[in-house]
Ligand binder design. Structure first.
Ligand code: SF4
Length: 358
């Protein structure tokens, strides 16, 4: 993405629109077309997981990638139009116009019905189709810095509480609409000069205290498993579908679905044998596993800039891991996807990997 400096205050402005992929507008990666499927709240039903597995196997590289916003993507598509049609048929693209703005993360404790209401209401407002693809809605504590969020009933704008406007679905969407009216070429509320204060004023509220993102709490009744390097095989997706399909509740009720998290984990109902089934599928329930905290960029063959197949190299390295710190593998100096905080970086160079601790 080309950006230029935006003097004098250090903000940035883009020289072209954001190009976040969807299923209709795909990204032309080095290994072929890449489609991203929005999964509001990271929620997937068993039939949707089965269809995603089938699409990845039949039409793509055979892998479902989890993104840092709990969406999914499939690379190397041989027939993007067929993929888009199957995704729509599975109910995973309810809106053509709004597909790339359905970026909604939710804490595991948030009711799926609330996520669905926000999604439906977002898609029902034509003007919100113009939101940038980077704009993020959040419900509950998700650990992410969202543009508009509802936490404990409070409306937050880029982490700033708003007094006088409730954190309801209507409040969230009104804030998003106000951002659209105020923006020029900014993608995020945090990029808009005095964004939280100006949006709050548009809504008739006043800005309150800044509340830094808090990590999500894992509610009782769920078991969480790490997806190594965020890549689900079709077999693993089918295993998850089997666990969700064991639920006795109605579709959308807790336990009848699988939730993806921004930490590239999956959460399923904690029934007898669920943890063993996840482990048997190659997912990781042990928080002390050497896979914990290991991340990687796309690398070869997906990225033309990559100097190495970082995912394969990371997978070979994990069994002999020697540090307890998070480790990020990057195929070049850009270090895409570098997590926040103290992270050991394994950076591919023309002379092999450099291990960097600063
Ligand atoms: S860090 Fe480099 S190799 Fe990895 S995805 Fe980014 S640009 Fe590509």
């Amino acid at each position: 993405m080309t950006i230029r400096d935006f003097p004098p205050d250090g903000r940035t402005a883009r020289t072209r629109p954001d190009a976040c992929p969807g299923t209709i507008q795909v990204h032309q990666a080095a290994d072929g077309p890449l489609a991203r499927v929005r999964t509001p709240g990271g929620i997937l039903t068993a039939p949707q997981l089965r269809e995603l597995a089938g699409c990845a196997r039949d039409l793509g590289s055979g892998v479902i990638e989890l993104t840092s916003r709990a969406n999914v993507q499939v690379r190397g598509l041989r027939d993007p139009a067929a993929f888009a049609a199957r995704i729509a048929e599975a109910g995973l693209r309810p809106s053509v116009t709004h597909e790339r703005v359905r970026n909604i993360v939710a804490a595991p404790s948030v009711d799926g019905a609330l996520v669905a209401e926000l999604d439906r209401s977002l898609c029902a407002r034509p003007e919100l189709a113009g939101l940038p693809g980077r704009f993020l809605f959040a419900l509950g504590d998700t650990g992410l810095a969202a543009d508009v969020a509802s936490v404990g009933g409070r409306l937050l704008l880029a982490g700033h509480e708003v007094d006088g406007v409730p954190g309801t679905v209507d409040g969230l969407l009104a804030a998003a609409a106000a951002f659209l009216r105020l923006r020029t070429d900014e993608w995020r509320v945090s990029e808009l000069a005095d964004g939280p204060a100006r949006i709050a004023a548009e809504l008739g509220g006043t800005p309150g205290a800044y509340r830094p993102p808090r990590p999500p709490e894992r509610p009782a009744g769920l078991v969480e498993a790490l997806v190594p390097l965020g890549r689900l095989t079709p077999g693993q997706a089918l295993a998850l579908a089997g666990l969700a399909g064991r639920a006795t509740g109605s579709p959308g009720s807790p336990g009848s679905e699988v939730r993806l998290s921004p930490r590239r984990t999956v959460l399923v109902a904690d029934r007898p044998g669920a943890g063993d089934a996840l482990e048997a599928a190659g997912l990781v329930t042990d928080p002390d596993s050497p896979w914990a905290g290991v991340t990687a960029c796309a690398g070869r063959p997906g990225c033309a800039r990559a100097l190495a197949d970082v995912r394969a190299d990371a997978a070979r390295w994990v069994p002999r891991r020697h540090t307890g710190l998070p480790v990020h593998w990057a195929g070049c100096e850009r270090q895409c996807g570098l997590p926040a905080g103290r992270v050991v970086r394994m950076v591919a160079t023309a002379n092999g990997y450099e291990e960097r601790h600063q």
